[in-house]
Design a protein around this ligand. Structure first.
Ligand code: PMT
Length: 316
């Protein structure tokens, strides 16, 4: 299996159709918050896809519901950050994540009929306490323009948007925080090796040959945002590999922190791996039952580390 150099990856793959619009939004958002001396966090969230055909009917997906990213984005807003929420289309988003499936409709009452001009829709009295705090936070974030939503689907879209976001964040230097929680494909089919149309089952079982996606953490840390505070996540299913792989990643890419998690226990336990330490952040059973989310202590710890990093740079 061969891997392209990261520059060749961009040269070989076209940006998504709405790329220039998104780049403009990212630029305006970063310039606005840079001027008012805000800290900005880029939160990536959800899994990237690898299409098997240009006219895509089938694709390979990476596991991620978007829980980590969407809940963390809310806690970063609470910590005073401006948030770029770069997420897989249709994965969980901040605020709306609290009401999935039928939950939102179940909170509403309707009186009248569909063609009655006097029809009224009201929030049920016992749902106001649930909806109000979330709606208020959403309104404040939107009205103060402290959150920008950008979405991706394929790994190629993700890579183009990630680099564009970094270009816009670079001038903020230490005030930029990258929190890379998205589950990014390690393997893909290059665009020039992909069939145009739907693979036909009548032609027998296809042999699909995947290539390695270049690890974008390398240019990201060393070239794109060399002064930013970069946090990556490491997902494993084998506990025996978790810490060693995380440390390997830190040694290789020289960023600030890896947050390591095991697929099955990721909602209750993570391990913070820094160049000098490793320690666990976890929820007790009582905390989990009381509704505390692990992203709250994770984000509090990350933003404290980020503040220390900014202060250390200012003291130089
Ligand atoms: O969304 P949830 O359901 O809540 O799940 C959250 C999560 C388990 C997906 C999340 O906590 C998590 O672990 N995300 C990272 C998953 C992942 O991609 O791990 P990895 O070991 O494949 O990659 C490690 C790092 O390398 C990542 O920060 C990634 O951004 C980076 N990478 C990966 C592939 C690639 N081609 N280039 C990269 O730079």
């Amino acid at each position: 299996m061969s891997s392209l150099h990261w520059e060749e990856f961009y040269a070989a793959h076209l940006p998504p159709a709405d790329f220039e619009d998104n780049r403009q939004l990212l630029k305006e958002f970063c310039e606005r918050h840079s001027k008012i001396h805000n800290k900005i966090v880029l939160v990536t969230s959800g899994g990237t896809t690898v299409p098997l055909e240009h006219n895509t009917v089938r694709f390979v997906d990476n596991f991620s519901a978007g829980t980590r990213g969407s809940s963390s984005a809310e806690y970063f807003l609470d910590q005073g950050y401006a948030v770029i929420f770069m997420h897989r289309q249709k994965s969980l988003e901040p605020f709306t994540r609290h009401f999935t499936g039928q939950q939102f409709f179940d909170m509403l009452d309707i009186s009248g009929t569909d063609n009655d001009p006097g029809t009224q829709i009201n929030v049920k009295p016992d749902s106001v306490d649930v909806l109000a705090p979330i709606l208020l936070k959403y309104k404040v974030a939107q009205e103060s323009q402290r959150i920008l939503f950008i979405n991706f689907t394929s790994v190629v879209d993700y890579m183009w948007l990630l680099r564009a976001a970094c270009e816009c964040l670079a001038p903020l230097e230490q005030r930029a925080l990258l929190y890379l929680a998205a589950a990014v494909s390690d393997f893909y089919i290059p665009q020039d090796k992909m069939p145009t149309h739907k693979i036909q089952s009548g032609q027998g079982a296809p042999t699909i040959s995947l290539q390695l996606v270049p690890k974008m953490l390398a240019p990201l840390v060393s070239l794109w945002v060399p002064h930013a505070f970069v946090v990556s996540f490491k997902l494993e299913t084998d506990e025996n590999l978790l810490i060693a792989k995380s440390r390997e990643s830190l040694n290789k890419y020289k960023h600030k922190l890896v947050i390591a998690n095991i697929l099955q226990t990721r909602k209750y336990r993570v391990v913070f791996v820094t160049p000098t330490t490793s320690y666990e952040v976890h929820l007790t059973r009582e905390q989990a039952l009381s509704g505390l989310e692990i992203e709250e202590p994770i984000v509090a710890d990350v933003s404290r580390k980020h503040d220390e990093y900014i202060s250390a740079a200012q003291g130089q």
